[in-house]
Design a protein around this ligand. Structure first.
Ligand code: FE2
Length: 462
């Protein structure tokens, strides 16, 4: 029996294999593009390491794409066979969690990882995976508390300590604890300037607080450190674009879109596509000329209309189809969504049923210019939209769909109410103030509208 870098018992063939596993885990936490290569190094040293097969299966699941889901199942089968030969209780729990996830029981997998963490708070693989599933289950309080529960067992000498602070930062940010979130995130980046997750958590704080210039400066000071990070760096560039969007610097955004956010136009990865789709949608909504950039995204979205892995992703794929007017595929996807919504076995079934389906229908209606219908579809579910997961910054996209639909269907009182909610949370968003001005114009309150417009202009000029 061996122990990993955080003192946890590991079933393995050699010290060398465990050392390589430790290295691989740190690369995974660092969101490094060579994590797969590090995993191959582990298998070279020990082709039968149970935890390495579990890690591989989970990594395959993290891609959220059907062909790799099948690879995850292969890893699960191998892990089960190895477990029969011998495994610790913790390792058996990891197999059970992967098994649950492969069956679409995301909530079950989440519960098992939390059970692991209760007894083994240094199990940073469980901690990182459950961070992901809490995120996509829309449970930001659980994301925060999951780390908080384990944090007392962590100290600065432990190799993954900084990464744990980065997870801590993001959970705090998503629950509105911006001061503590920024403190934890900055500490993590001091420990390791390449920690892109912690960097990203601090960017989220600045986004939520309307600190656009702070956000640009923060990311400008760190992007040179992202060499070697995987495609998550595109998402971090996406955040920089959101800051520029509030400043209406469309040329800067389109340049960043082409050179960073969507530098790899061959990618059909869900996060890469979500970044690009969400950015183009926002740009178009404020009247920027985005050229023919929808086409390649809509082409790839066509291949994903039957995926239904997370409703959050599906809503983005639908956006690409709707924005590019792919009527036939929109109809096909709407029909396919009925199957996802009928699922009784998976965690995501009720999410599709209760909110994901309506969200996709609303996006399709928006594309068709049926703004009354968008409002009718989204208004009843808007308090449930968090259940599709993603961050507040990402889900703001769906808020914009509803609000702009309210404006375009002359439901100015509703639009004003929605914007008053948003502006109360983030009074420094020029977008929110400009849209509020539109609603006020619609209500015949010209002086108040002018005041809102001037505040927006002052924020952009500041
Ligand atoms: Fe983000």
């Amino acid at each position: 029996m061996f122990r990993d870098q955080h003192g946890l018992e590991m079933t393995a063939a050699s010290e060398q294999a465990v050392a390589r596993y430790d290295s691989m885990i740190l690369h995974y936490l660092g969101i490094r593009s060579d994590t797969g290569d590090r995993l191959k190094d582990v298998f070279d040293a020990d082709p039968e390491m149970l935890m390495a097969h579990c890690a591989k299966g989970n990594f395959m699941k993290l891609f959220c794409t059907p062909p790799l889901e099948r690879k995850a199942e292969e890893s699960l089968e191998t892990a089960k066979q190895l477990m029969a030969v011998g495994a610790t209780e913790r390792e058996k729990q990891h197999v059970a969690a992967l098994d649950a996830w492969c069956r679409g029981d995301v909530a079950g997998a989440t519960d098992i990882w939390e059970a692991i963490l209760l007894n083994y708070p240094a199990d940073v693989l469980a901690m990182r995976l459950v961070h992901f599933t809490h995120f996509y289950l829309g449970d930001s309080a659980a994301m925060r508390d999951s780390v908080a529960r384990s944090l007392p067992y962590w100290h600065a000498d432990m190799p993954a300590y900084g990464f744990v602070l980065g997870l801590n930062a993001f959970g705090l940010e998503e629950t509105g604890n911006y001061t503590e979130a920024e403190r934890a995130g900055r500490r993590a980046v001091e420990i390791n300037a390449k920690d892109i997750w912690a960097t990203h958590a601090v960017a989220h704080v600045m986004e939520m607080q309307g600190r656009h210039r702070d956000g640009i400066a923060w990311l400008d000071g760190l992007f040179a450190k992202w060499d070697g990070c995987n495609n998550f760096r595109y998402h971090t560039w996406w955040h920089k674009c959101l800051f520029h969007l509030e400043l209406e610097q469309f040329d800067v955004i389109l340049d960043l879109y082409d050179t960073q956010v969507r530098a790899d136009t061959t990618s059909a990865d869900y996060l890469d596509m979500s970044n690009a789709i969400a950015l183009l949608w926002r740009l178009e909504e404020v009247g920027a000329d985005i050229g023919d950039r929808w086409v390649e995204l809509a082409d790839k979205a066509e291949d994903k209309i039957h995926d239904h892995i997370f409703a959050f992703h599906d809503a983005h794929y639908m956006m690409a189809l709707a924005a590019d007017g792919r009527q036939e595929k929109i109809s096909e996807m709407l029909e396919s969504l009925e199957g996802a919504a009928a699922s009784e076995e998976t965690t995501e079934g009720p999410v599709f049923r209760d909110v994901g389906r309506a969200l996709c229908q609303a996006v399709a209606a928006f594309g068709a210019g049926e703004y009354d219908r968008v409002v009718a579809l989204l208004s009843p579910v808007r308090r449930q939209v968090y259940r599709v997961g993603g961050s507040h910054a990402q889900r703001d996209l769906f808020f914009r769909v509803l609000t702009v639909a309210a404006l375009r269907s002359n439901q100015h009182r509703l639009a004003r109410a929605l914007l008053a909610e948003r502006n109360a949370l983030n009074p420094s968003s020029p977008w929110g103030l400009k849209r509020e001005a539109e609603a006020l114009d619609g209500l015949g309150e010209a002086a108040a509208a002018e005041d809102a417009r001037q505040r927006a202009a002052a924020l952009r000029a500041a």
